[in-house]
Design a protein around this ligand. Structure first.
Ligand SMILES: Nc1ncnc2c1ncn2[C@@H]1O[C@H](COP(=O)(O)OP(=O)(O)OP(=O)(O)O)[C@@H](O)[C@H]1O
Ligand SMILES: [Mg+2]
Length: 178
């Protein structure tokens, strides 16, 4: 891996956000509902929260957004949902997008504590690649590493963006991501 590429990866890891992943092999057990309510709860408590929807079903995104807004988000080509963030990797033409788009959910007068990284039905097209490249990381395959670490690095970027928004507003609470 080139030095500049490695440096860029390390820069992405500078955020000090707490990242909590909600995962369970079993379906329909309440993961999405729990994340939705915890995101609101932590925002109410004064944490700056990014809820990131990494499930191609995009149920978390539907919970946060009205149908009309959801349609706008998915039709707007320059709106970087989680899928559009990884699209250059899927197409093998580059790395993750520089700036994921964040949707501010709560009242802007509350300094937008709660933001959403929108999910996307097309994300299912990334799943085969994710499982295929995982073992190749052990062989030092650079592309495999870029793909496997993509979600983690996107989370870091969203934390940095959300925290930067908060700095603009002279707040400095620690951001939290789901
Ligand atoms: N604490 C709860 N008590 C009762 N019902 C719940 C609770 N949490 C979620 N549910 C209901 O259970 C169903 C599944 O919830 P949810 O979609 O959050 O699960 P999930 O694990 O995200 O599912 P999936 O695997 O499809 O993503 C929904 O109908 C939801 O309203
Ligand atoms: Mg779910």
């Amino acid at each position: 891996m080139e030095d500049t590429q490695l440096q860029s990866l390390l820069n992405d890891l500078e955020s000090n956000a707490t990242i909590i992943a909600f995962f369970n092999h079993k379906g329909d057990v309440g993961k999405t509902s729990l994340v939705y309510h915890l995101a609101w709860m932590y925002a109410d408590m004064g944490y700056r929260v990014v809820a990131a929807d990494l499930d191609p079903q995009a149920n978390l995104t539907s919970a946060f957004l009205e149908d009309d807004r959801l349609e706008e988000v998915w039709l707007q080509k320059d709106y970087r949902t989680i899928y559009r963030c990884v699209l250059p990797l899927i197409r093998d033409i580059g790395d993750i997008a520089d700036e994921p788009t964040l949707e501010h959910i709560d009242d802007p007068s509350l300094y937008s504590y709660l933001a959403l990284l929108a999910g996307d039905l097309y994300l299912s097209s990334f799943e085969d690649q994710l499982s295929e490249v995982w073992p190749k990381c052990m062989d030092g395959d650079e592309r495999a590493f870029l793909i496997t670490s993509a979600f983690w690095r996107i989370m870091q970027k969203t934390a940095t963006i959300h925290q930067a928004d908060c700095r603009k507003q002279l707040l400095s609470t620690k951001p939290m991501l789901f």
